[in-house]
Design a protein around this ligand. Sequence first.
Ligand SMILES: *[C@@H]1O[C@H](CO)[C@@H](O)[C@H](O)[C@H]1NC(C)=O
Ligand SMILES: *[C@@H]1O[C@H](CO)[C@@H](O)[C@H](O)[C@H]1NC(C)=O
Length: 498
Amino acid sequence: MLGITVGAFVATFAGVAFARPLIVSSTNASSSAEPDPSFATSVKLNGVTFVNKGLVGFGLIPSDFKESTGDTLGGIGSAIALKKGTFQQNADGTFSGTFITQPDRGFNVDGTVNYQARQHVIDFVLSPYYGDVDLSFADAQKTLQLTYKSTLLYTERNDVQTSGLDPLAVRAAQSGFPNILAADPEMPIPSKSFSHLSIDAEGLALNDDGTFWTSDEYGPYIYLFDSEGHLLQTIQPPEAVLPEVKGKINFTADSDPDTGRAGNQGLEGLTLDDAGTTLYALLQTATIQDGGDDKSTSRFTRLLAFDVSNPSVRPSLVGEWVVPLPQNKKGNTLGSSELHFVHENVFLVLARDGHGHGDDDTDSSYKQADLIDISDATNIAGSKFDSPKNPIAKKGKLDKSITAATYVGFVDFIDDTQLARFGLHNDDPADQTLIDAKWESLALAPVGDPANPDDFFLFTAADNDFISTHGVSLGQPFNAGLDNDNQFLVFRVTLPTK
Ligand SMILES: *[C@@H]1O[C@H](CO)[C@@H](O)[C@H](O)[C@H]1NC(C)=O
Ligand SMILES: *[C@@H]1O[C@H](CO)[C@@H](O)[C@H](O)[C@H]1NC(C)=O
């Protein structure tokens, strides 16, 4: 059993403590500098060729692992971000770094709970495996070793803890006098008598100064926290995105509003540009007025951009574009779970179905990190479309005045050959080697290979919904009837600027 200690705390996973990075020597993981070229698939976007060189790493944190507060460390793949300045290549050819990971609203299979939003620091060692011999599941886990370090809990300015409870009530807007940055819009709270800020955290973007942005599903808002987890300010998106019932805000995720984001279809994706001055957020699927009330009409979602260059000025909406999400064979939208900046006008978008480990249906047909380019897309920020009265895509038909972003498929997470190289699979059986259902995070780190200067490691982690047979939620043990590990995948990709 893995030990649980509060405070300075180190544990390793996969039931083995590795004193140092372990190279998969029998298959010569690091002896070749590049993946087998036969794995490569490429795609063209506005004349630029992007290459997926294949799966190069896999790791997991067991479903029953507990973090320093005593709760099950679940859901961490809701967002991951690479801590600045931590990624490095080691003398032995391995790579190491630190992830900041952010779970959503706790174990909520039987209804939402009073789970305080938080983030976890997780160190990793990547020993990329480039060979074509299928690794055992045990050896595959040595390619990405994960070590939990610590947890940071989120609070409001007055140290009151945030909550994961469904926000059935609204706290009135506050002027924030004398500090304009502290002026809050109407805020989601569980009830009038329990006025804690309700957060269902999904996106995470880190600033150089230690502060960080978190996007959520309830608002759907974007919150700025200081390095100690205190709320500093709140960004409210345009009215078209706010959940309104009869013209008034209603933040519940239990039912769909009349207009604005659909229930549980909030700001899943959040990313900063390289300069850290523009913050981008992607709504999971279309707003209700844009066709978001039905899976067959909900593909036209919105990407928002805020100018965050001046920390003493409230961020303003500077960009808003339509992203045409992919659809499955039945014509249903594959919602987006994450967004990651690549370079100006180009982003990775994680789109997927909900099948795989943790779901009743094991057979997934779409889990991809795709590419979008907004250079030719119409910027509708500040236009009539920011009012819920003017849909961009009534009943899912895009308004003729709008050009959507260009969207192309890119990195397939469920390629059978690539999964098999790491002892993994899609579809039955529903065992530990089945790929997780809910991948919701992306992070990029440069490979640093002089022969391939545009090569990056693309990290992704799954949200396991805290599903464990030995779980703990708010100090109470639970048995979710299944053990669903927190899985991580690493791909190697080429992301050229030209
Ligand atoms: C691994 O690489 C080394 C150095 O290139 C080589 O000598 C050795 O034979 C390789 N081992 C296997 C199992 O391929
Ligand atoms: C929001 O809608 C829910 C469900 O209809 C309702 O229970 C709740 O009272 C509403 N909240 C507000 C602030 O109107």
